[in-house]
Design a protein around this ligand. Structure first.
Ligand code: GLY
Length: 597
């Protein structure tokens, strides 16, 4: 069965059971407390806690996900940083009986998986949460013998919430026996046994609880079902392969890589590197397609690390970086019908990776030489040394660890974290003043420039695209300075368009209004946020627009500490004086306001 067939089969089955098919959401979730979409339920989080769902009470999706928690495992048979999740969801509609029956029927009737290879787990109860005896009974009623139903606690059979708070609940999991040989570790080898005999293929979550930020559980007013089936895992079972990398969503990538390998010995280590390249390049391509650029913060940092790890393994295998465009194109092709965004953004993806490569490859070369030298004198790298290497060469710690292994150098990762924290503490003190507002006693000139900054931010998004994120802002009474993500230098035409749009909005004499609301409301209403800032629960939002219209025509909306002018006509004339690069993928604009032109 081909990948697209499995996606279609899954959605069709659940459609026939009254589910509305909802497209995958972006990898960038609206929930600000999580970096990436890690599960199908994320876009539906609110419908589990009572908000009416516009799609009805039963939905199904195939969701693209990024998880980096298992990054160390990538290269084995089942772990990935980018994967798809098949899911069916109920918001206060059906519960355990139907959810279990649907999963069972789909696996055994639609996919014809042999029942003798299926094993099951249920929640045994822990803390204040009682055991899930009901699920056990439902499985038994379907003919599953007691011996094939295993019981585990919170760690294995309780799921969620994603982020700081949200719906969660006990789970029942379905595992598939992929290997015949007896367990090398003992008898009871599900779930997650290292022997690899079993692969978890489907997790059924019964959302009955809400966990708050303090860790308290309360019963939800409605019961929900959230399921997640590992797409690539099901695929390798259906395609009768031994691992996710041999399925049709990976094989073409590995074939390209293998054809260019110069090493004669094809060891497990080489295979692991090839798999890491294929997986990480895929997650990088998808993340870039959803608007993220490499940086040293949060999402951008995750992306940077993924790309740099790809580059490292290229280097370790002595592969030519020129191969990257062909691999990216291939990823676009593999996903052309299910996620066309990769193919559509192909050029941008190649460009972003290539500019990261420019930045990193010299440093990587120097670092490799340096580490080789160090290894002749000592067999460890201290936390401080590791942090210095990160600062100087941009070598993320896990990459350092990986190179270290090659030279028999142990890296003190704990010491690295400590050195990093200390450094952050010092730089935070210097930066505190710069976030949000413009300081304590702004002059009228600075206030005007502050409003101009908001107009500029929105104008950049309209002219260049919504991938623009504010990375920094600094205002003096003379000029504004605005840093933002964008992969390349702005052309003079683009700069002119941005400038003209800001001046047009100044001419339109738009009103600036201030409102206070919850952070959630602000983000949901589309207010832009300073990418690097952590916001409090309640925030002020400034909107610039024509409020005489019904509904108001809002040009710009941002979470911001203020202050701002009352109307845009107060600004005069806006002029960009300089555009330059700050770091890879980050541009800087300096602009001034002049009263007469
Ligand atoms: N939301 C269920 C899972 O990710 O396993």
């Amino acid at each position: 069965m081909k990948s697209q067939e499995l996606r279609e089969k899954f959605l069709k089955y659940f459609e026939s059971k009254g589910h509305k098919v909802v497209p995958s959401s972006s990898l960038i979730p609206s929930d600000p407390s999580v970096l990436f979409t890690t599960a199908g339920m994320q876009q539906f989080k609110e419908y589990f806690v009572g908000k009416p769902s516009p799609y009805g009470k039963r939905v199904a999706s195939v969701q693209k996900c990024v998880r980096t928690t298992d990054i160390e495992e990538v290269g084995d048979e089942t772990h990935l940083t980018f994967f798809e999740m098949l899911g069916n969801f109920s918001f206060g509609d059906y519960f355990k009986k139907e959810a279990i029956s649907f999963a069972f029927e789909f696996l055994t009737q639609e996919l014809n998986l042999p029942l003798e290879r299926l094993y099951f787990t249920v929640f045994k109860g822990e803390g204040n949460i009682p055991p899930d005896e009901e699920s056990e009974k439902i499985w038994q009623a379907l003919g599953i013998p007691k011996e094939k139903i295993f019981k585990f606690g919170m760690e294995d059979n309780f799921w969620g919430p994603t982020g700081k708070e949200g719906p969660c609940g006990p789970t029942t999991e379905i595992h598939y026996q992929v290997k015949d040989q007896p367990c090398s570790k003992g008898n009871l080898c599900i779930p997650n046994c290292e022997c690899g005999r079993f692969v978890e293929i489907w997790n059924l979550v019964f959302n009955e609880y809400f966990k708050d930020q303090k860790g308290n559980f309360t019963l939800l007013s409605q019961q929900g079902v959230d399921t997640g089936a590992g797409f690539e895992r099901m695929l390798f079972i259906l395609q009768k392969e031994e691992n996710v990398f041999d399925t049709d969503v990976f094989k073409p990538l590995l074939e390209i890589l293998q054809s260019k390998l110069k090493v004669s010995k094809y060891s497990n280590e080489v295979l692991r590197s090839l798999r890491i390249i294929a997986d990480h390049l895929k997650s990088s391509a998808f993340i870039i397609a959803d608007g993220v650029l490499p940086s040293n913060l949060e999402r951008g940092y995750v992306l940077r690390r993924l790309i740099r790890r790809v580059l490292l393994h290229f280097k370790l295998l002595d592969l030519d970086f020129d191969l990257i465009p062909a691999l990216v194109e291939r990823i676009g092709k593999i996903y052309a019908s299910s996620y066309p965004e990769v193919k559509e953004c192909q050029e941008k993806i190649i460009q972003v990776i290539s500019s990261e490569k420019e930045k990193f490859s010299q440093a990587l070369k120097r670092a490799l030489t340096l580490l080789e030298k160090i290894s002749k004198k000592q067999d460890f790298i201290s936390g401080k040394e590791a942090f210095d290497l990160y600062q100087t060469y941009g070598l993320p710690p896990e990459i350092l660890k990986e190179i270290g292994e090659r030279f028999n150098l142990k890296v003190d990762l704990k010491g690295f974290e400590e050195a990093k924290k200390e450094h952050q503490l010092i730089s935070k003190k210097g930066a505190e003043q710069k976030f949000g507002g413009i300081g304590k006693d702004p002059t009228y000139e600075a206030t005007k420039l502050h409003t101009a900054t908001h107009l500029l931010h929105q104008a950049l998004r309209e002219v260049l695209g919504t991938h623009i994120r504010q990375m920094g802002s600094d205002i003096t009474p003379e000029r504004l300075r605005f840093d933002f993500t964008h992969p390349k230098k702005l052309t003079s035409q683009e700069l002119k368009k941005v400038e003209d749009l800001v001046n047009q909005k100044i001419k339109e004499d738009l009103k600036v209004i201030k409102e206070e609301m919850s952070l959630k409301e602000a983000l949901e209403s589309g207010a832009l946020a300073f990418f690097k800032e952590k916001y409090p629960e309640r925030v002020t939002v400034y909107s610039i627009g024509d409020f005489s219209k019904n509904p108001p025509e809002i040009f710009s909306k941002e979470i911001c500490g203020g202050p701002h002018v009352k109307r845009t006509s107060e600004l005069g004339y806006f002029k960009i004086v300089k555009e330059e690069s700050v770091s890879a993928g980050v541009r800087r604009i300096r602009a001034i306001l002049i009263s007469e032109v």
